[in-house]
Design a binder for this molecule. Structure first.
Ligand SMILES: [Zn+2]
Length: 292
């Protein structure tokens, strides 16, 4: 394993060419998008996770380790999303600085638990905070380019603030008693905190409640009390359990992009807007949630 890694380390610089760009390895496509926005041509993003397969099941293999070893900076989401991070740290040379962006952000826990939701990217405010930390890291690596990075950060920051305001305006159509966001896994606690919703997660943070009949019965009673009119499944995933639950409640369903990855919507703003639209379609007054 170590020998293979050494071989790859010798080979990769030739393969990549003598580029001067700062190599930034990322463990989520959004982190790559942000690094590219801030760094422009000064940054070469090395995506370690392609977006294929479940984000929660991903772990880097030999090829990803070799790519990461070429980067002086590796960006992780943090907040427990990457349980392999300590192993990764031990496998990489000291020259690769690993930054867990989530560790710099306020926690938001699923109500009634002490489990922090790691999906901070569903909040534009959290993304802006993460981008500020990322800015500091890029400036640390390339201090001579700090002015350009900072200028790009300001532009990004303005866009993220506008995205938040736009969503708040649209979501104002949803009456307070309908502001319950029932999802599969707990991926929208940060989003709910931003926009005044109560998150309910059928499967917990990482599907730990899946298949628990007693929890499901209690949840069904809670959702009936709350008058949930729409349940939110995950885009690109068939979830018969959630659809069956919605049918039992007489509620509709809408799909959300929980993990920030979409082949149809490659940019953060598009994904975020699509989610806001789905919540409005499901919960806004005068509209019925789409039937499953
Ligand atoms: Zn997730």
């Amino acid at each position: 394993m170590l020998r293979l890694l050494c071989l790859l380390l010798c080979w990769l610089p030739c393969a990549l060419g003598a580029q001067d760009a700062l190599r930034v390895a990322v463990l989520h496509p959004l982190l790559g998008e942000l690094a590219q926005r801030l760094g422009g041509e000064e940054v070469q993003v090395l995506p370690l996770y392609s977006g294929a397969g479940d984000l929660h099941d991903f772990a880097p293999g030999t090829a990803e380790l070799a790519a990461a070893a070429q980067a002086p900076l590796l960006l992780a989401c943090g907040k427990g999303l990457e349980p392999y991070l300590e192993d990764l740290r031990r496998s990489l040379p000291e020259t690769t600085r690993i930054v867990e962006l989530g560790a710099t952000l306020p926690d938001v826990c699923l109500p009634g638990t002490t489990v922090a939701d790691p999906h901070w990217w569903n909040s534009p405010a959290q993304v802006r905070r993460a981008a500020r930390v990322m800015l500091g890291e890029l400036c640390r690596q390339r201090p001579e380019r700090a002015a350009a990075f900072t200028e790009r950060f300001r532009a990004l920051s303005t866009e993220l603030d506008a995205l938040h305001r736009e969503a708040a305006l649209r979501l104002a159509a949803i009456p307070p008693e309908q502001r319950v966001l029932v999802t599969g896994h707990a991926a929208f606690c940060h989003w709910c905190a931003d926009f005044g919703f109560r998150p309910v997660a059928v499967y917990g943070v990482a599907h730990e409640s899946e298949g628990d009949a007693a929890s499901l019965a209690a949840l069904l009673a809670e959702l009936r009390r709350a008058g949930a009119r729409c349940l939110f499944t995950e885009a690109y995933e068939e979830d018969r359990g959630m659809v069956a639950l919605a049918q039992q409640l007489g509620a509709g369903t809408q799909a959300l992009i929980a993990d920030g990855i979409s082949p149809e919507h490659p940019g953060y703003a598009d994904i975020f807007r699509r989610n806001v639209q789905a919540v409005c379609d499901g919960l806004a007054d005068g509209k019925e949630g789409a039937q499953p």
